[in-house]
Design a protein around this ligand. Structure first.
Ligand SMILES: [Zn+2]
Ligand SMILES: [Zn+2]
Length: 225
């Protein structure tokens, strides 16, 4: 579904994934495993592009509901894969994510383990302040050590992964049961709240398509910050 000009969300995938269609074609996140056909069909049928036009897959963080189709999509398209350096070892399957605690956290970790993502060696390691394909990479750790938000000044959009969630026009913080370092995650939200943009595209829930930076500021104000 085209959300706004140049930005599409792939329908029917668990974990939001977004296609940004400009000169080059970029995919942000890939959803849970076994969704690659839907993503490829969206590129072909909705965008009317060849899957080999996909230049880059950017992963907002290495949870399995965002990385499930990276390996298959790279094989199908030849796209390069970018992830923040602090999440790269998880994507490559060489390290285990910081453990989730509490009953809900352990349950969530168990559920994610039922849909493991095929390990992928990234092609590009991201750092705070890097610029690629029109996006600025903003390191927003807390939900995972290498979580990033992708800020696009031209589109006036922020792709925030799970650093922030949106639901029914409201903004929420990252999911507590899936966020091992909530204090750090909220410091990251503060960084995002200092930016100027209209559109907020989160890893779960319905994207905010207008007045997004104001809503994020309202959320922070509501927390007393
Ligand atoms: Zn996550
Ligand atoms: Zn997620």
């Amino acid at each position: 579904m085209e959300l706004v000009s140049h930005i599409h969300r792939v329908d029917g995938v668990q974990g939001n994934c977004y296609l940004v269609d400009r000169d080059g074609l970029v995919l942000i996140d890939t959803g849970l495993v076994r969704n690659s056909k839907k993503i490829l069909a969206c590129i072909r049928d909705e965008l009317d592009r060849d899957p080999r036009d996909l230049e880059l897959i950017i992963i907002t963080h290495s949870h399995a509901d965002h990385t499930g189709n990276v390996a298959e999509l790279r094989r199908a398209t030849g796209a390069r894969v970018a992830v923040h350096e602090a999440d790269a070892e998880y994507l490559a399957g060489r390290a285990a994510m910081p453990p989730l605690t509490g009953l809900r956290g352990r349950l969530l970790a168990h559920l994610l383990s039922l849909w493991p993502a095929e390990p992928v060696e990234p092609d590009l390691l991201l750092h705070d302040g890097d610029r690629l394909s029109g996006f600025e990479c903003i390191h927003t750790p807390g939900h995972t050590p290498g979580s990033v938000c992708l800020y696009d000044l031209t589109l006036r959009a922020v792709f925030c992964g799970d650093a922030l969630l949106t639901k029914n026009g409201t903004v929420r913080g990252p999911p507590p049961s899936a966020t091992p370092d909530m204090a750090e995650a909220m410091r990251s939200v503060r960084r995002v709240s200092g930016l100027d943009y209209d559109i907020l595209l989160s890893g779960h829930g319905t994207p905010l398509l207008k007045e997004a930076s104001q809503r994020v500021n309202d959320f922070m104000t509501g927390l007393g910050g």
